[in-house]
Design a protein around this ligand. Structure first.
Ligand code: SF4
Ligand code: SF4
Length: 96
């Protein structure tokens, strides 16, 4: 998950909070992460981030990948792109 902020006075409806992992048996992000930063544990509420991900290794990897293509911003997101939930969303909004 990546978080961003949007400032608006538009009325928006809140969705249902996610309180359990939807990953099931999937390990696609674990398998495809170029730095093996994802530990492969199922997420649950109040879990420590460090139990899910080695954030320092992830950060180092995205900086190195950015440098490889000549940009200074984060450049990875493999875990997001290979996730079947991402693919399902992209297919639903027709952005594929
Ligand atoms: S952004 Fe890249 S390095 Fe970080 S966890 Fe995802 S796949 Fe791994
Ligand atoms: S790729 Fe998506 S569904 Fe699969 S384990 Fe990673 S976060 Fe869960």
């Amino acid at each position: 998950m990546r978080l961003s902020g949007v400032l608006t006075d538009m009325p928006v409806a809140a969705g249902t909070p996610v309180s359990e992992s939807f990953c099931g048996d999937c390990e696609e992000c674990v398998r495809r992460c170029p730095s093996q930063a994802i530990r492969g544990k199922a997420w649950s509420l109040h879990m420590d981030r460090d139990d899910l991900l080695d954030a320092a290794v992830c950060k180092k990897t995205i900086i190195e990948r950015g440098e490889m293509i000549g940009i200074t911003v984060e450049a990875c997101g493999v875990c997001i792109s290979v996730c079947p939930w991402t693919k399902r969303y992209i297919s639903r909004i027709g952005a594929n």
